[in-house]
Design a protein around this ligand. Structure first.
Ligand code: SF4
Length: 340
């Protein structure tokens, strides 16, 4: 990796240390209408999310599109202003820091997008585009910047000759490598991968995931891995958070959550993963209806309008977030009850 600051290059295996902590995160988007643009309500994109992310771990965030997972990622990075809640990074509450104080943390928190092409200037060569990161954040000389970018390209599996190429001259996988290069340029501790491999072919996907793993091991990176692809999440992540309509509904280690899903929504999501063998055949659970409108979420359990085992209790009372097994949480009145 391009070395801008001193940083550890090996993982000391001790007790996992909390890198990022979210406490009661809410993100509502106001709905306004009329001539006076009066406040008519809110789209509740993220509803009371609390969790911890440990150093060196990959936490997958899954759920249907519109469940709030990308908004959560953007809110963590400060790209969306929080409606409520607190974000702690390395034990410092960061959401209200002044710009200058925040910069130190911003450099440590980066994002890899689904489509890196969209954020690249088509008329700018890749080398100078990456050099800009160092112009903004470091005092490196022109010569040092060029060498740092060349090292960075090598680190992500690109070549020296790519320095002078334009974005359109790269394949999808190579562009994603550029996105990764930009994300790791300033030696971050934490990277949000927002559907980072979703647009890639399966073989390219595997190469990019391998690169992300290699970088994680080398630099002790923590990933928040947002994806709709549970197969990829199972392969790549240590723990998984399931979201539904802005709410967290289940959190557990990959093995716990995939082998013993507690929440009906998780069970339905897992049933849709293609099985590698007929013996492992699992009945597909098809959820009825669409995702409810987040501007007008259902009463009680947000999943009750689509849950096959919903009862009157579910309609009346929102289930609590309970730790059913060590490090395995769910929000369901009938957690663990099979639905199909
Ligand atoms: Fe289904 Fe009720 Fe559990 Fe909600 S609380 S997921 S409606 S069983």
């Amino acid at each position: 990796m391009a070395v801008v600051t001193e940083k550890k290059t090996s993982i000391e295996k001790t007790e996992p240390k909390v890198l990022l902590e979210l406490k009661g995160i809410k993100k509502y988007f106001p709905i306004k209408g009329g001539i006076l643009q009066r406040h008519l309500g809110d789209v509740k994109a993220v509803e009371n999310v609390s969790l911890q992310l440990f150093e060196g771990e990959s936490l997958g965030v899954v759920g249907e599109s519109g469940c709030g997972k990308s908004t959560l990622g953007r809110a963590i990075l400060g790209l969306e202003e929080l409606t409520e809640g607190k974000i702690y990074f390395q034990d410092t509450e960061i959401q209200d820091l002044k710009r200058k104080e925040k910069l130190k943390f911003v450099k440590q928190m980066q994002m890899i997008f689904q489509d890196p092409y969209a954020s690249l200037n088509p008329r700018q060569r890749i080398g100078p585009a990456l050099e800009e990161v160092f112009t903004m954040h470091t005092d490196l000389s022109a010569k040092e910047k060029r060498q740092t970018v060349l090292d960075l390209l090598k680190e992500v599996g690109l070549k020296e000759e790519h320095f002078d190429k334009y974005p359109h001259e790269f394949s999808g996988g190579q562009r994603q490598r550029i996105g990764i290069a930009r994300a790791i340029a300033l030696n971050p501790s934490f990277v949000i991968c927002d559907e980072a491999v979703s647009a890639l072919d399966v073989s390219v996907q595997a190469q990019v995931l391998k690169l992300l793993k290699t970088l994680q091991e080398k630099y002790n990176l923590s990933y928040l891995f947002i994806s709709h692809d549970l197969g990829v999440v199972r392969y790549f992540c240590d723990r998984v958070l399931v979201m539904y309509l802005g709410n967290t509904v289940e959190l557990g280690t990959v093995s716990e959550l995939f082998d013993k899903p507690l929440h009906p929504y998780t069970q339905a999501l897992l049933s849709a993963i293609p099985r590698p063998s007929v013996r492992a055949n699992r009945k597909r659970i098809r959820l009825q209806g669409d995702l409810p409108n987040p501007a007008n979420p259902p009463s009680g359990c947000p999943f009750h309008t689509r849950c096959p085992i919903a009862s009157d209790l579910c309609k009346a009372e929102k289930p609590a977030w309970v730790e059913y097994e060590p490090n395995h949480y769910a929000a369901c009145h009938f957690a663990g009850q099979p639905i199909g």
